[in-house]
Design a protein around this ligand. Structure first.
Ligand code: NAD
Length: 289
């Protein structure tokens, strides 16, 4: 069976268009949403991510500010900045770029973000709300995956879904979101036995492991939908690749995401979505904090 590609770039551009409309509407009634990004240290990959988030925000009319601290910043300094942004009535969304330098506890820093400004959805309150099936700010990558699936017409209710990986950032919230869509969800991780047999049962597979081409074509059920979150370097040629061996899986899957150009573009689009959502909620609740 031949696969159809899920075009993450096209769907992300549609999402950005919708965000742009909502930003305009807010700006007419109140003001443009404001995203504050905190970058600590000089990790080049983090700096690149932050500048692309900043650019994407500005493109849709969101006000974006980047707050930089040196790698030598102490935990109290980072906490002080995050708390100031938390109290700033002009700031709607706060994102702390991870990883943080050694000696700064990421959990404590994330907990200092007020949950209603936590556009990465990593504050324990948002994690709990998601688990309880209540409205929450949800981590951007798994929220983007659900949007990709829906836009591609995949019916999730009753579908057998398998998630590979159980990180706080992707795997766990992915499983919760699929459950909220009434899929029957199995989560596999580093200690799962006979993983290929679990994957073979999947009608919808989402892989978020970080191991190049771990998932082979013969793991995939004929006609499955395959979403590859992984971004890895292939050891043989150093090229970008996912967790799934694309050429093999494309022989069996019905729909599949490429790497790059699949899930990646959705992550930033969803961050913009979360930012406008946080701003809309703040306006509804009288612009508190
Ligand atoms: P992580 O390292 O925090 O988590 C990886 C998870 O995989 C862990 O829960 C681990 O238990 C599990 N794991 C290890 N071996 C496994 C196996 N054989 N089978 C199943 N699970 C296994 O990584 P993460 O932050 O969740 O990211 C995962 C991948 O997704 C990475 O390649 C990362 O670069 C990529 N990623 C992409 C985006 C995007 O926007 N496309 C966003 C976030 C992460």
């Amino acid at each position: 069976m031949g696969s159809f590609l899920i075009d993450g770039k096209a769907i992300a551009s549609r999402v950005r268009g919708e965000v742009g409309e909502r930003v305009k509407h807010l700006a007419d009634r109140w003001r443009a949403p404001h995203l504050a990004v905190v970058l600590v240290g000089d990790n080049p990959a983090s700096a690149t991510y932050v500048s692309s988030k900043d650019r994407a925000a500005r493109e849709v009319g969101i006000t974006a500010t980047t707050h930089r601290l040196p790698a030598s910043a102490s935990e109290p300094e980072v906490l002080g900045l995050v708390r100031r942004l938390g109290q700033d009535g002009e700031v709607d969304g706060i994102l702390v770029q991870l990883p943080l330098p050694a000696g700064v506890d990421a959990e404590r820093v994330l907990e200092a973000i007020p949950p209603h400004k936590d556009v990465d959805g990593l504050h324990p309150t948002n994690v709990g709300l998601l688990a309880a099936g209540r409205p929450a700010l949800v981590p951007c990558t798994p929220a983007g995956v659900v949007r990709l699936l829906k836009e591609s017409g995949v019916v999730l209710a009753g579908a057998r879904a398998v998630v590979l990986g159980r990180s706080q950032l992707v795997g766990k919230p992915m499983a919760q979101l699929l459950l909220a869509e009434n899929a029957t969800v199995t989560v596999c991780h580093s200690r799962t036995r006979d993983e290929h047999l679990e994957v073979r049962r999947a009608e919808v597979l989402v892989s978020a492991v970080g191991k190049p081409e771990l998932v082979r074509g013969d793991w995939i059920a004929e006609g499955a939908v395959v979403i590859d979150v992984g971004i890895n370097r292939r050891p043989s040629d150093g090229k970008l690749c996912g967790d799934v061996c694309f050429d093999e899986a494309a022989q069996r899957a019905r729909l599949i995401t490429p790497v790059p150009g699949g899930v990646g573009p959705m992550t930033i689009a969803q961050l913009l979505w979360n930012t406008v959502q946080a701003a809309e909620r703040r306006l509804e609740t009288g612009g508190r904090g």
